[in-house]
Design a protein around this ligand. Structure first.
Ligand SMILES: C=C(O[C@H]1C=CC=C(C(=O)O)[C@@H]1O)C(=O)O
Ligand SMILES: [Mg+2]
Length: 467
């Protein structure tokens, strides 16, 4: 990567164009500057006018967000997807001309995106706009970290581009996106909710417990879908605002592809990297919140000592520990879980810290960790085969890693749960649960019901039980 000191956009473009002419190849330039404090959701809303894909990530507990508009470059990968994606990202990074005087994570050349849960599953039309892996480098990127905001402009320059014209277009786009005089659109409501055949789903849970009792697998995570018809087209910016307000301790994300938008508020970190320090999270085992402090404490206490939930959780801890030990040193995993409280439910939670060995990257960790037994099962291959055969659902990007990385070995990926695919005035919500030997179909059905609530409530229907 070529780090440059110049600050003028036009002069950087001129330099890149002349290099593109010399080398007969396009050049990516990335230029970062500090801007006045800006609401990232207004930035996202302003981007709607451009009819391009928008991207959003926020870590609500850290006061950190990245909002992206448009796409300067997309990394797509299919069969050997993590390896292909890493190669493409490295090449792009090595060849980019970067001006970023700031050390803040998530500024400069950043790529954001996700992948499907299972690359071996045939895509259905529901997820037609989402490829098996897609990471984009947004054209305009607003990074908000505590009280600071940074704007990064990324553009791929060709030999026949005109620097002055390009600079003018980008400046105009910047002014439009940072224009604070727009409002977030109003809320939508839910017109109709439709569960997909509850009895068949419960029957599948029974198959899974039988399968486990016969020793073919130890844990299998099964998901289901809730279809929702909205009163109007949902505005991504307003839905994100509500998710941020209502779901502390979560990663709020949105990825638009051709008008469809996959978004959610996931409490589950897959991996965070800051230079060579990595964090992961074991999150599995679920109970509702209590209505009073006493009831809440009582539920939390019984969750901590409940054998079925502890076994769901312990499979995840064991697998994540082993995976981290493969690529990291100083892997630290506490002996027992603690409670992770969320608005609508509480989980068993074990944090994992480690130091990444030099020759490995966040791609290696994602590849090894996904899917953890919080979304797949144990053993991995057997549980995935069961899911493929019996689940009757195209998970698409649900349950898969989504996140971002920058060119300075920082990045974070969450597991895309508590999420839904919004297509105009329709939404498909997804929720799953870990099935172990003593799972009860009705209880698991109820558990998935609570897991729909975070999304239902931001779409205007959280207070009602689903039918
Ligand atoms: C699969 C989901 O949750 C996972 C994460 C936390 C707890 C889980 C559980 O207790 O079953 C699931 O493994 C989901 O929310 O769709
Ligand atoms: Mg569970």
């Amino acid at each position: 990567m070529l780090e440059v000191k110049e600050t003028g956009l036009q002069s950087m473009l001129e330099k890149a164009i002349s290099e593109a002419k010399e080398n007969h190849t396009a050049r990516m330039i990335s230029m970062t500057k500090k801007v006045n404090k800006t609401n990232p959701l207004l930035f996202i809303e302003a981007g709607k006018k451009l009819s391009v894909d928008r991207t959003f990530w926020s870590s609500t507990s850290e006061n950190f967000s990245i909002a992206g508009i448009g796409c300067a470059h997309e990394i797509n990968a299919k069969s050997n997807r993590m390896e292909e994606a890493e190669e493409a990202w490295q090449k792009l990074r090595d060849e980019a001309i970067i001006h970023n005087p700031y050390k803040t994570s998530g500024t400069g050349l950043v790529t954001m995106g996700g992948m499907s849960f299972d690359p071996l599953m045939q895509k259905t039309s529901l997820w037609k706009n989402f490829s098996h892996l897609s990471l984009t480098i947004p054209e305009m990127l607003l990074t908000q970290s505590d009280d600071n905001c940074y704007l990064t402009t990324n553009v791929k320059v060709n030999a026949d581009d005109q620097a002055a014209e390009l600079a003018q277009r980008l400046n105009k786009m910047e002014r439009m996106l940072l224009n604070p005089s727009i409002n977030l659109p109003g809320e939508v409501g839910i017109e109709m909710k439709q569960e997909i055949d509850p009895e068949t789903w419960k029957q599948t849970v029974t198959y899974a417990t039988d399968y486990i009792k016969q020793n073919y697998a130890k844990k299998i995570v099964l998901a289901r879908k809730l279809f929702v018809k909205l009163s109007d087209e949902a505005a991504v910016s307003s839905v994100l605002k509500k998710l941020i307000e209502q779901q502390p301790n979560s990663y709020v994300f949105a990825f638009e592809r051709n008008g469809d938008c996959f978004l959610g508020a996931s409490p589950e970190r897959l991996v965070k990297q800051e230079n060579d320090e990595v964090l992961s999270t074991c999150l599995a085992g679920t109970a509702p919140r209590g209505k009073t402090k006493e009831e809440d404490d009582r539920i939390a206490h019984s969750l901590l000592y409940d054998e079925k939930n502890r076994s769901e959780h312990d499979f995840v801890v064991k697998m994540i520990r082993q995976s981290m030990e493969h690529y990291c040193r100083a892997v630290n995993v506490p002996d027992k879980p603690v409670i992770y409280p969320l608005k609508n439910l509480q989980h068993l939670y074990t944090p994992v810290t480690a130091v990444l060995n030099e020759r490995y990257s966040i791609f290696d960790i994602i590849e090894r960790l996904h899917p953890t037994p919080a979304l797949g099962g144990v053993p991995r291959d057997e549980s995935l085969a069961f899911i493929r055969e019996h689940e009757q659902l195209d998970r698409g990007w649900y349950g898969a890693p989504v996140g971002w990385m920058d060119s300075n070995r920082n990045g974070e990926f969450a597991v895309a749960i508590r999420s839904g695919l919004i297509q105009g005035d329709k939404a498909s919500l997804f929720a799953g649960c870990g099935i172990v030997q003593d799972s009860n179909p009705d209880e698991e059905y109820k558990e998935t019901g609570i897991k729909f609530l975070p999304m239902l409530s931001v779409l205007g229907g959280g207070n009602h039980e689903s039918h």
